[in-house]
Design a protein around this ligand. Structure first.
Ligand code: PMP
Length: 432
């Protein structure tokens, strides 16, 4: 497979775009380097690069493209928005329709607000929780990514629950010091953090099903325990459902799992591929937001007709019968195929899957938290990644990113993917 044009483009990009990419996760740094494959066109389960190569897409743009590329219903909605003016700076009927759709699908979101990214959504839920409780500290879980606002770019020190230090240059230490990080799926560490800092905690922020160190489900009772201890401490529970909402069911992970937070942040899928974020929650908490309350949050493009109409169209597609059954069925097929070929070639892998999203970790160990995901074999994954790309299968260039199946994927796509995995494992097995 030739990548001459991708390589040339990367050289040009490096001159004008920092690192040659507009998001660090797109760089191939973590998989041994090289020019990232640049795409030109997407259609259904496929996209096509600038050298004319075709790929089955499991990246799905890091999640949003659950309908596949250029879905006709969404394309029609975006075209309508383009033809009728993309931004007014006034209320629109579309945003009311969309807010009602979200509220109906995720009932804990009694009131919502739209914005432009998941980062903004999470950042604002933290502000609202602080405004509501009059406290500053936040508990988050190691390895959960919540966008790039200051309070969530924080890493833990050593120990089961520790006050944070900045995880990025430019994040003030005083902001990080208000953030406590504990391991996911560790009830004792969480209880310990609440015991130590409970009276100062504004919110506990969690991905109810983790999507950022692979797909990791909470152990039984973990989310219930978070709710109980957080509420007893007088703090709020925030679910970051930027990845999870509408991924596993028509609604949030909270609806799938039957546990409700006080505030929820959304993004990705709800824009149908256009930029969007939203947050919402209990009415009395949301009433802290301007112009009703004292917590400020605003946006020139917030609720713009293009993103909202695209989002409505996306949810209409997802609401159709059989969508999540299709994702689950193909997910199960892919998992089975990869597991079988791994057994044949003695490849040390562990697969975490929930419905149409799965992660293939290069380890024999279970992966239930960030430390375990970090301890998987990145070098082996890097080689696997390149072998898959060369066979026209596009994954995220990260050892613990999820593979996302879309409704455009077919059984034939899954079979072709399993075949490519067989070839890759066969090649890798010779090196082990
Ligand atoms: N929260 C989660 C769980 C995410 O996965 C992401 C993005 N990967 C974000 C927040 C940030 O969203 P955005 O990139 O739209 O700002």
């Amino acid at each position: 497979m030739q990548h001459n044009n991708s390589e040339r483009l990367h050289e040009e990009a490096l001159k004008v775009i920092v690192g040659g990419v507009n998001s660090p996760s797109r760089s191939y740094k973590a998989v041994g380097g090289g020019a990232p494959v640049a795409m030109e066109r997407g259609q259904g389960a496929y996209f096509f690069d600038v050298d004319g190569n075709q790929y089955i897409d499991y990246l799905a743009a890091y999640g949003p493209i659950i309908t596949g590329h250029a879905h006709p219903h969404i394309t029609k909605a975006i075209t309508k928005a383009a033809e009728t003016g993309v931004l007014y700076g006034t209320p629109t009927p579309h945003e009311v329709t969309f807010a009602k759709m979200l509220q109906e699908a995720i009932p804990s979101m009694e009131k919502v607000r739209f914005m432009n990214s998941g980062t903004e959504a999470v950042m604002t839920t933290i502000r609202v929780a602080r405004a509501y409780t009059g406290r500053n500290k936040v508990i988050k879980f190691a390895g959960c990514y919540h966008g790039h606002s200051d309070p969530v770019l924080v890493a833990a020190g050593s120990g089961p629950s520790t006050l944070g230090t900045p995880d990025s240059a430019g994040v003030p230490a005083v902001i990080a010091a208000d953030v406590i990080t504990v391991p996911f799926n560790d009830p004792d560490a969480f209880k310990d953090a609440i015991e130590k800092w409970g009276a100062e905690i504004a919110a506990v922020l969690v991905e109810p099903i983790v999507g950022n160190f692979g797909i990791v489900e909470p152990i039984k009772g973990f989310l219930e325990l978070i709710n109980e201890y957080t509420h007893n401490a007088g703090a709020l529970v925030i679910y970051d459902e930027v990845i999870t909402a509408f991924r596993f069911t028509y609604g949030g992970a909270q609806d799938l799992l039957g546990v409700q937070p006080d505030l929820t942040a959304l993004g990705k899928i709800i824009g149908g591929g256009l930029p969007i974020g939203a947050y919402g929650g209990k009415k009395e908490i949301m009433d802290k937001v301007a112009p009703v309350g004292p917590a400020y949050q605003a946006g020139t493009h917030a609720g713009n007709p293009a993103s909202v109409l695209s989002g409505i169209a996306c949810l209409e597609v997802l609401k159709q019968k059989g969508v999540y059954e299709h994702l689950d069925r193909l997910g199960a097929l892919l998992e089975k195929g990869i597991a079988e070929t791994a057994a044949t070639h003695n490849m040390p892998i562990t697969i975490n899957r929930l419905k149409g999203a799965l992660t293939v970790y290069f380890t024999n160990e279970k992966v239930m938290n960030y430390e375990q995901a970090e301890n998987t074999d990145g070098e082996l994954f890097g080689k696997f990644f390149k072998l898959m790309v060369e066979q026209g299968i596009m994954l995220a260039p990260s050892k613990y990113e999820a593979w996302f199946i879309t409704i455009a994927h077919t059984e034939e796509n899954i079979e072709a993917t399993i075949h490519a995995v067989q070839n890759a494992f066969e090649a890798l097995a010779k090196e082990l």
